[in-house]
Design a protein around this ligand. Structure first.
Ligand SMILES: Nc1nc2c(ncn2[C@@H]2O[C@H](COP(=O)(O)OP(=O)(O)OP(=O)(O)O)[C@@H](O)[C@H]2O)c(=O)[nH]1
Length: 332
């Protein structure tokens, strides 16, 4: 190799190394999925002459996917299209791989951290000579090690953030978590003219459940209710436990004409719940509630407290009318 060519190669390597170091520093400061995934799936390809990047993540119990779904706004959900969540993945070493069209070369990098196999990062190029068999991949393998460490850090910090916003008994969002969801949905609605719906509900005669069957059975009712609600509404909907036996639902994209159906389904699923007391006897459960569709408008501000206070008046009417009843609230 000519000296000039060697120097040119060295300069290119040095420039690549500098870019990698700067990129790694950015990655290390990512605290949440949005920053981490945007860097990995959008910044990485543009900064390193790649045409696309995808992630395959080992996620046997679906925890990572649900953490990302919780943390990302729905309009950032496109990032998730570049991620495959796998129940299991065969361990693969760093290698140049065959790629489907339109890509003409690709590199697969394993993501390992402390002996845990986290998944793979796949880089695609439309140039055939971008990745060639036998090429040196040490820089990229180093990058993969940093990505794996950051993935573990972000997983942990997202889990901690989620814990602070989650009700430990039922796994529903706590009041703070629910307020955060509302603020996000309100802002998204203003940006994109999205409607969302809200339901406020309260278990009927819950004090009696506790008094007659004991606190343990009362807790089981609350846990069962959340499980039931989760399986009745969409995975992108939100359940908040606002206090004792009071819950709220936030249903993004749920139009007024669909809301009555959703509420009937919710009511039905609560009535069908099979909760047993300590003697194995079924405890019948019903709830009362109120519901409304919210259309965020630009330059308007309607807080979650205002919506909930408004719904509370209708919930009170439903209780007064004999319970086991959900009433539509007039627009706020
Ligand atoms: N088991 C259990 N009970 C709780 C929890 N949080 C609140 N409660 C109980 O929920 C009951 C709520 O009672 P009330 O506010 O009188 O309402 P209610 O009996 O459901 O009556 P209505 O709402 O009018 O139908 C109280 O007995 C609280 O102690 C909890 O985490 N676990």
């Amino acid at each position: 190799m000519e000296l000039a060519e060697l120097l040119d190669n060295a300069r290119r390597n040095e420039a690549l190394l500098k870019r990698l170091q700067a990129f790694e520093l950015q990655l290390l400061s990512a605290q949440n999925w949005q920053d981490f995934l945007t860097l990995l799936l959008e910044a990485l390809p543009s900064q390193f002459d790649l045409d696309a990047v995808s992630l395959r993540i080992c996620d046997p119990d679906g925890e990572l996917k649900s953490s990302m779904l919780q943390s990302l706004d729905i309009d950032q959900g496109a990032l998730l299209n570049q991620i495959e969540f796998k129940v299991s993945l065969p361990i693969a070493r760093a290698d140049v791989i065959e790629t489907p069209p339109p890509w003409r070369s690709g590199l697969r990098l394993p993501l390992m951290r402390g002996g845990e196999y986290l998944g793979q990062l796949i880089m695609y190029a439309s140039r055939e000579d971008r990745f060639t068999p036998g090429m040196a991949t040490d820089f990229m393998q180093h990058l993969a090690a940093v990505i794996a460490a950051c993935l573990v850090m972000v997983r942990q910090s997202e889990a901690q953030a989620l814990m602070a916003l989650t009700d430990p008994l039922t796994g529903a969002e706590n009041r703070r978590g629910f307020e955060r969801v509302y603020r996000r949905e309100w802002a998204r609605g203003q940006r994109q003219h999205h409607v969302f719906s809200m339901v406020l509900m309260d278990i009927d005669h819950f004090k009696k459940v506790n008094d007659v069957h004991g606190h343990g059975t009362g807790d089981r009712v609350l846990k069962n209710l959340c499980r039931t609600l989760k399986s009745t509404i969409r995975p992108t909907d939100h359940i908040g436990r606002l206090g004792g036996e009071e819950f709220a639902l936030l249903l993004p994209g749920c139009q007024p004409d669909q809301l009555t159906n959703v509420v009937s389904r919710v009511q039905e699923s609560i009535r069908e719940m099979q909760v047993l007391n300590d003697s194995g006897k079924r405890v019948p459960v019903t709830a009362s509630g109120a519901f409304i569709s919210v259309t965020p408008r630009p330059h308007q501000d309607l807080s979650v407290e205002q919506v909930l206070d408004h719904l509370d008046k209708y919930l009170y009417k439903a209780k007064a009318a004999g319970r086991n009843l959900f009433l539509p609230a007039e627009s706020a």
